[in-house]
Design a protein around this ligand. Structure first.
Ligand SMILES: [Zn+2]
Ligand SMILES: [Zn+2]
Length: 635
């Protein structure tokens, strides 16, 4: 190992004064006393990249870095004021300076010119992070964990770098039997606790590791006790998106000894931290035992390696990962795993939305290569077709207009991440275009989740980006939105005689402020409730949606109370973050290249079977809907 790094160090010409060569994940980092030597001799880096097939980063040796106080001053002198720098953090272990700013583009400059100027002046390698325009406690926490654990993190990245170095295959090994198999550890023929275990002759990867928040006991968690699975030999975790049914059980892996990497997009890292922390809080409040704590959530942050869409990275000796947009929620991705030298290629969709929405562009369909597709089927049943989104938007606006005209309040129970922001954009546009003066209240985690959306505008739909970057009209910053900060404000809002819209978690009325609003608003015909997302069988939301006129709810004193549902109940389809049946079929039909085999997951039993058989009939490809705990050999 060291031989390889020593070799690089020895071959670099003396004038560069190289002090050390290190691995940082899949990257080679060269620390030199004269880093500028590399800019005048670009052939040195090119030679290393060609030989070792890795990205190379040049940094200044600690001994030549400008004193942080002086460096800070240089940065603020070089960067235009309009960039609105909010924080400058020096990480001497890696010779880096992090510059947080509200307008990162102005810190970067034209084609990186300002960054280069900074580096030349102070020798520190600058990295820019966007300061969200709505302050986010979670992003602060995540960044703080990363900044204050610089040394641990660089050790972790160096160890990882040694493991992911592609193995050179000796002639004897060439004829060796190479294979690929996947084992379904959770989320097959069901929704919840998604976990797909990929094994090759060289490595073991876990894609997603979720919990089923609606299930009890061990049914809530993936089958990590499967004989196939051993935490000690797991090489990497990939997270498609932040929802708990995909990310909720990752902290558990760290509690029981996993200390490897977690790959996901930056937005997924922050949103999953938000949801995992909330999961622990709710469990504590409800006296439910879950097998990990906030300490392990911090470990997840420390071990997360973020990738942007279409950034190709070696994650094990024989696997290369690329994330593609999935169109489902902010930062959601499909995982493309390229195994061996063209041995096999897998796409695991996680949750997808094929069409564009107000919030996001739809899922990608073009990949370099593809043999096996693992596709979700939440709405994969024959009759699971949703009306066009425009119809849904029109109905929503009609309900809002009618309810407010009679002086009532509209309650919309939503998931904090995804549906909430989709509905917010529709309502904000309506408020702006109709010039109607009304208020939208956000209760529960929606505000925090929205704040994270403002840190990653580049992940939003083309239309939103246009609005945010070129028209300077960030819809999330609109004055129409108001935060409900706690119990007292909630109480005031409920009793105040003010027509308005209330978005509150949880989406299925399974706990959270939406239940309190329901209890207090349901008995007046003036108000309305609108369901915009999936209601699971057995949930309170589903019962009300089905037309139950009476429900029993716990009041503030902890006593059971019968509540009569007198307010009109509306269900609006078309806001879903999932593809419906028609669009799942289109998605597979549109894939380029076509897969040889499709495995169906993430749907109720019948939906998985139905989609698998319809895909087979329509496209004459091999399809299969495995049960949990099945292993399929792909190659
Ligand atoms: Zn999801
Ligand atoms: Zn899901």
């Amino acid at each position: 190992m060291t031989v390889f790094l020593d070799e690089i160090q020895e071959n670099i010409p003396k004038p560069a004064q190289v002090e050390k060569v290190q691995l940082e994940g899949s990257k080679i980092v060269i620390y030199a006393k004269k880093p500028e030597h590399f800019s005048t001799h670009p052939e040195i880096i090119k030679g290393i990249v060609d030989k070792y097939k890795k990205r190379v980063d040049i940094r200044a040796d600690t001994s030549v870095l400008t004193d942080p106080e002086k460096a800070k001053k240089s940065i603020t002198d070089i960067v235009p004021k309009e960039a609105e720098i909010t924080e400058i953090v020096f990480m001497s272990e890696v010779s880096r300076v992090i510059i947080e700013a509200k307008k990162p583009g102005l810190v970067i400059g034209k084609a990186g010119a300002t960054l280069r100027e900074i580096k030349k002046a102070i020798k520190w390698s600058p990295r820019v992070e966007r300061t969200p325009v709505i302050p986010s406690k979670i992003i602060k926490t995540v960044r703080h964990v990363l900044y204050t654990n610089g040394e641990d993190r660089s050790k972790f990245l160096a160890t990882l770098g040694r493991k992911v170095r592609p193995k050179s295959i000796s002639p004897e090994e060439n004829g060796h039997d190479k294979w690929v198999r996947i084992t379904s550890l959770g989320g097959f023929r069901e929704v919840g606790r998604s976990a797909v275990f990929v094994q090759t002759s060289e490595s073991k990867i876990l894609m997603d590791c979720g919990v089923n928040v609606a299930a009890h006991g061990s049914n809530a968690f993936p089958y990590l006790n499967a004989p196939e699975f051993d935490l000690k030999t797991l090489d990497a975790i990939v997270v498609t998106h932040a929802h708990l049914d995909h990310s909720g059980f990752i902290p558990y892996l760290f509690k029981y000894g996993y200390d490897g990497p977690v790959y996901c997009t930056p937005a997924t890292r922050d949103l999953m931290t938000l949801l995992q922390l909330d999961y622990v809080d709710i469990a504590q409040r409800e006296g439910k035992k879950i097998p990990f704590s906030k300490k392990e959530i911090q470990e997840v942050i420390k071990h997360t390696i973020t990738l942007d869409y279409e950034e190709v990275t070696d994650i094990t000796q024989d696997c290369r990962l690329t994330l593609y947009p999935a169109g489902h929620i902010l930062g959601s991705s499909m995982a493309h795993v390229h195994i061996g030298d063209g041995l096999h290629n897998i796409i695991y969709t996680g949750d997808i939305k094929f069409e564009n929405t107000n919030l996001l562009e739809g899922a990608s369909t073009k990949f370099p290569r593809l043999e096996t597709l693992i596709v979700e089927s939440t709405y994969g049943g024959k009759n699971d077709n949703q009306p066009p989104r425009q119809d849904g938007e029109n109905t929503l606006i009609k309900v809002v207009e009618d309810t407010m005209a009679r002086g009532g309040k509209v309650l919309i129970p939503v998931l904090a991440v995804g549906r909430a922001q989709e509905v917010m954009i529709v309502l904000e546009r309506y408020a702006r275009e109709s010039k109607k003066d009304f208020k939208i209240y956000l209760d529960g985690m929606i505000w925090d989740a929205t704040a994270i959306h403002t840190a990653y505008p580049e992940y939003l739909s083309r239309r939103l980006r246009q609005q945010i970057f070129h028209e300077d009209k960030n819809p999330f910053m609109s004055g129409v939105f108001n935060r409900v900060g706690g119990k007292k404000e909630r109480e005031e809002l409920i009793v105040r005689d003010e027509p308005c819209v209330i978005l509150a978690t949880s989406g299925m009325l399974a706990g959270g402020p939406s239940v309190e609003y329901l209890r207090r608003l349901a008995e007046s015909k003036k108000n309305s409730i609108v369901f915009v997302s999936y209601q699971a069988e057995g949930s309170l939301g589903k019962r009300i949606q089905k037309g139950f006129k009476q429900v029993t709810l716990e009041n503030a004193k902890g006593q059971n109370e019968i509540v009569n549902i007198k307010m009109p109940v509306n269900t609006i389809d078309g806001f879903s973050g999932h593809s419906d049946r028609r669009s799942l079929m289109n998605f597979v039909g549109r894939l380029n290249p076509k897969p040889d085999r499709v495995l169906v997951d993430h749907g109720d039993n019948m939906k998985c079977l139905d989609l698998a058989s319809s895909l087979h009939k329509a496209y004459s490809i091999d399809t299969y809907a495995p049960k949990n705990l099945e292993t399929v050999r792909l190659r």
